[in-house]
Design a protein around this ligand. Structure first.
Ligand code: FES
Length: 172
């Protein structure tokens, strides 16, 4: 009789412990699982006709700011980036998306249109530590080590679509 009471007590304590573990783990697992909102944010469509030439728009993609850049027709650029990465990948493309996160320490650069820029051409300027990027997001000056990241993107039916690489490949 004594043993079965002890067993019962042990079972009750074990059950409470298991409930406690579930209670602690559930909110953590729930936080890590992608919400419907974040899944929805994995695909962004931007109507490019609403962006004036020489201007940018900032949108949110997977929780990150992304610049949609629209260069003027026949835009010529005379700057010298440290490395021509994005400009080569985006050759001839006047409308494109760049992840708006500085590759130095993660600040959001500012768009400086021609006339407002310290240079003779439009640039992205990261005020945190004086980084400068070309309109294509290649580093011109300052501490950023790499070009701004290019998200998977495609132009379809007058819209710039930003999304997962696999989806964009299907689209093009
Ligand atoms: S975070 Fe952009 S230059 Fe340092």
């Amino acid at each position: 009789m004594e043993t079965s009471r002890r067993d019962l007590l042990g079972l009750a304590i074990g059950g409470l412990g298991a409930l406690g573990v579930v209670g602690v783990l559930y909110p953590i697992v729930k936080t890590l699982a992608p919400s419907a909102a974040s899944l929805a944010g994995a695909l962004v469509e931007v109507d490019i006709s609403s962006i004036p030439e020489g201007q940018i728009r900032t949108v949110s993609w997977k929780g990150k700011p992304v610049f949609i850049v629209r260069l003027p027709q026949g835009f010529q650029w005379s700057g010298k980036p440290k490395e021509e990465k994005n400009s080569k990948l985006l050759q001839g493309q006047g409308i494109f998306a760049l992840v708006a996160v500085c590759t130095h320490l993660g600040c959001v650069p500012l768009w400086k249109p021609q006339g407002e820029a310290e240079f003779n051409y439009p640039v992205f300027h990261c005020p945190c530590h004086g980084g400068f990027y070309s309109p294509w997001g290649d580093v011109i000056a300052g501490p950023p080590p790499r070009s701004l990241h290019l998200p998977p993107q495609a132009i379809k039916d007058g819209k710039l679509v930003i999304g997962e690489a696999g989806f964009i490949k299907e689209l093009t």
